[in-house]
Design a protein around this ligand. Structure first.
Ligand SMILES: [Zn+2]
Length: 135
C-alpha cells in the first residue's frame, strides 16, 4: 500500500473496513490527525504519512440517548461517548457491550471493528464502535 494514498475520510473508512485505525501524521510538525484532514491545522502542511494507532482507549465522557432522531429511535437507548486514545487523540463513537448503568468515566475500552448494532445507522461512525476490554 502506498503512503501516497489520499488523506481523506473515505480512505480512513476504507482502512476501518480492513480493521485498522489509521491516523494521518503531519510530516512537518508531527501532529496526528484522526480522522485525517487534507491540511494540517497546526502548520498548514499537506505532507502526511499514515500511522496505525492503537484502539486502546479510556472513556472520557458519555451520554445515553433515550430520545433519538426518528431514524435511530429503534436503537434507543444507546450510549455514545468520547474516548481518549493512548496517544491523546479523542474519538467519538457508539459504546457497545456495556450495560448503561455500568458505564464509567475512565473505564478501559477498545475499538471494535465488527458491525455494531447501534453504529450501523450512524453515517459517520458506521465502521467502528467501542467495547469494554475486560468483559
Ligand atoms: Zn503540521
Amino acid at each position: 500500500m502506498s503512503t501516497q494514498t489520499a488523506f481523506t475520510i473515505e480512505q480512513f473508512y476504507k482502512f476501518l473496513s480492513e480493521g485498522k485505525l489509521m491516523a494521518a501524521k503531519c510530516q512537518k510538525c508531527g501532529k496526528i490527525h484522526l480522522p485525517p484532514r487534507p491540511i494540517c491545522d497546526n502548520c498548514y502542511s499537506q505532507d502526511f504519512v499514515w500511522k496505525e494507532v492503537s484502539g486502546k482507549s479510556k472513556l472520557l465522557t458519555y451520554t445515553v440517548i433515550y430520545v433519538a432522531p426518528a431514524q435511530f429511535q429503534a436503537l434507543a437507548p444507546y450510549a455514545v461517548g468520547i474516548v481518549q486514545l493512548e496517544n491523546g487523540l479523542k474519538l467519538p463513537g457508539v459504546i457497545s457491550g456495556v450495560p448503561h448503568d455500568k458505564l464509567k468515566v475512565g473505564m478501559d475500552l477498545a475499538v471494535d471493528f465488527e458491525a455494531c448494532a447501534a453504529g450501523q445507522a450512524w453515517p459517520q461512525w458506521q465502521r467502528y464502535c467501542f467495547k469494554p476490554v475486560n468483559v
